[in-house]
Design a protein around this ligand. Structure first.
Ligand SMILES: C[S@@+](CC[C@H](N)C(=O)[O-])C[C@H]1O[C@@H](n2cnc3c(N)ncnc32)[C@H](O)[C@@H]1O
Length: 252
C-alpha cells in the first residue's frame, strides 16, 4: 500500500465545508452556550476546536477510530491553547453513551449502520436515533450527511455504491429528523464550489506524492491510476449529483 500524505495536510475538514459555513454551524452551537460539546466521528477535530474557541467555558470531546488523525487533533488543541478544554478519544462510537449539551456529527452516520464499503443504503435513522440519545431536550445537534442533490444518474451510482437508495434527498432527511425527536432550526447544502474544493484537496495527496518521488519509482503508475480514478469518479460520476446537507437541529 502506498503511503500517501495525511488528508489533513490538504483539507480543512473531511467534508465539503467552507470556512463561512463552518462559522455558521459553530454559531448555532455557540448561541446555546453549551458546557459540553461532543464531536462524534471527529477525525482531526477541526469543527470541535472551532466550537470550543467560540465558547471558552465549554469542554469538548472528540471521538473517532483514526488514531493518527486524533493525534493531529491533539496537536491543534495545544497550538490553539485549547488543550485543557478538548480531549480526543480513539474508541468505537457505536457503544458510546452520555449526555452532551451540543453534538456534532458530520459524514459519520455509517457508525450506526452499514459501513460505506458495504454498499447498502445509508442508515440516517439509526444515526438520528443514536444521536438523539446523547442530547437532553433543548440540546443542539449539527448533523451533516450526504444526500442526493438531484435524482441519481447511472454514472453517479456507478461511481458510488451502485444503488439509487444509497442516499436520500435532503427533504427526506429533514423529515426523518423531525420524526426522530428534533426540531429543525436550519438546513444548508454544500455548494458546487465547496465540493470542488473538497475533491481537489482530497486528490492533492496523490499529486504531492507523485511530485515528491522519482518518475521511475515502482509505485508511480499505481498512484497515477488512483489519482485518475478519483478524478473520473467525481468529474464524470457524482459531481452535482451527490450533495452534502448540514442540518441544525434542536432536540425536542
Ligand atoms: C467523513 S469522516 C468525518 C469527517 C469529520 N466529521 C469532518 O467533518 O471533518 C467519518 C469519520 O467517522 C469515523 N468513524 C467511522 N466509524 C466509526 C466508529 N465506529 N467509531 C468512531 N468513529 C468512526 C471515521 O474514522 C472517520 O474519521
Amino acid at each position: 500500500m502506498v503511503d500517501l500524505p495525511p488528508l489533513y495536510d490538504d483539507l480543512t475538514f473531511l467534508s465539503p465545508l467552507s470556512d463561512e459555513r463552518a462559522a455558521s454551524l459553530v454559531g448555532f452551537i455557540a448561541d446555546a452556550h453549551p458546557d459540553t460539546v461532543l464531536d462524534i466521528g471527529c477525525d482531526w477535530g477541526e469543527l470541535l476546536l472551532r466550537s470550543l474557541a467560540a465558547v471558552p467555558e465549554a469542554r469538548g470531546l472528540g471521538v473517532d477510530l483514526e488514531s493518527q488523525h486524533l493525534e493531529d487533533a491533539r496537536r491543534r488543541a495545544v497550538e490553539r491553547g485549547l488543550a485543557d478544554w478538548a480531549s480526543f478519544d480513539a474508541r468505537d462510537a457505536r457503544t458510546f453513551t452520555g449526555s452532551f449539551d451540543a453534538v456534532v456529527c458530520i459524514g459519520a452516520s455509517q457508525i450506526w449502520g452499514p459501513q460505506v464499503d458495504e454498499e447498502q443504503p445509508l442508515d440516517y435513522t439509526a444515526a438520528l436515533v443514536a444521536l438523539r440519545q446523547l442530547l437532553p431536550a433543548g440540546g443542539r445537534l449539527v448533523y451533516g450527511e450526504a444526500v442526493w442533490s438531484v435524482p441519481p444518474t447511472a454514472a453517479a451510482m456507478s461511481a458510488l455504491g451502485g444503488r439509487p437508495d444509497e442516499y436520500l434527498a435532503v427533504d427526506s432527511v429533514v423529515a426523518l429528523a423531525r420524526q426522530h425527536g428534533f426540531s429543525v432550526a436550519n438546513v444548508e447544502v454544500a455548494t458546487q464550489g465547496e465540493w470542488d474544493a473538497f475533491e481537489a484537496g482530497f486528490r492533492a495527496g496523490f499529486e504531492h506524492w507523485i511530485h515528491a518521488h522519482p518518475a521511475d519509482h515502482e509505485d508511480q503508475q499505481e498512484v497515477h491510476r488512483q489519482l485518475q480514478d478519483q478524478r473520473d469518479r467525481y468529474m464524470n460520476g457524482y459531481r452535482g449529483v451527490l450533495g452534502m446537507a448540514y442540518l441544525s437541529l434542536i432536540a425536542d
